[in-house]
Design a protein around this ligand. Structure first.
Ligand code: AMP
Length: 250
């Protein structure tokens, strides 16, 4: 079975995001970029399924500017076999990404597509769901455990206040949640080997997809500044402040 994993290039989660002075977007100038953390978990899961003999090939795909190839190479260093980069100007909206992924799924026929549950830049949490709808395939979102058996996959899902286990027929779409696994680090030899793994570059035109433009970013606001914290010297002082200053205790 082939597995297709979608990885998005986003601002590294360790970076403190700055908003541009004119509030038109976040500032990406000289900012460290990385693979979306949920996509790293998706790649790790695919690699583990290959190590268990469930998957035969892992194809990793990223959509966006040329620099996305860095994240594809990272995924190749982590164990994916080949990459596909769909080159676009800027980053298309979720529906366009889902349409492009759907075309690649039609070409490659993977048994599983694994995505992150959410990209930490746009926080959309919708690409996997849209892809499943476009392909009319079963979806198991927010996966925290994945077990493939014959032509089905059993998925534990993180839901409010607990876990839900569902079984879906293959081929299927899965989105990875935080506790699915702990991604490995790429070793230096594997980073070197990844440079020689195949990476195809395609365009939306070649795939026959017209990118939609349904969303306009109106403005971005940074969160309100928080007041600096203080250190208290005793429990009594803390209780006093909670009662009389914060007024959260009576
Ligand atoms: P979102 O729906 O935008 O929160 O993204 C959910 C998941 O869809 C991500 O974790 C990726 O697996 C995938 N995805 C979204 N945008 C892209 C992109 N430009 N290239 C590749 N995968 C993407």
């Amino acid at each position: 079975m082939k597995i297709l994993v979608a990885v998005k290039r986003v601002i590294d989660y360790n970076v403190k995001v700055r908003v541009k002075a004119d509030k038109t977007n976040v500032d990406l100038a000289n900012v460290k970029m990385a693979m979306n953390p949920f996509c790293e978990i998706a790649v790790e899961e695919a690699v583990r399924l290959k190590e268990k003999g469930v998957a035969s090939e892992i194809i990793v795909i990223s959509i966006g500017a040329k620099q996305c190839q860095e994240q594809i190479r990272t995924a190749l260093a982590l164990g994916a076999d080949r990459g596909i980069h769909i080159e676009t100007e800027g980053t298309p909206d979720s529906l366009s990404v889902a349409k492009l992924l759907a075309k690649v799924v039609a070409e490659e026929q993977p048994g599983l597509v694994i995505l992150g549950k959410q990209a930490i830049d746009s926080d959309n949490n919708q690409t996997g769901q849209m892809l499943a709808a476009l392909l009319d395939r079963p979806q198991a979102t927010f996966a925290s455990e994945v077990v493939v058996a014959a032509d089905k996959v059993s998925v534990k899902r993180e839901i409010d206040g607990g876990l839900q286990t569902i079984e879906v027929d293959l081929p299927a779409i899965i989105t990875a949640d935080l506790r699915l696994n702990e991604p490995r680090y790429a070793s230096l030899p594997n980073i070197m080997k990844a440079k020689r793994k195949p990476l195809d570059v395609k365009t939306p035109e070649e795939l026959g997809v017209v990118l939609s433009n349904n969303i306009t970013l109106v403005s971005v606001e940074p969160p309100a500044d928080r007041k600096a914290g203080i250190k208290v010297s005793s429990v009594a002082e803390l209780v006093d402040k909670l009662k009389n200053e914060a007024k959260v205790l009576s």
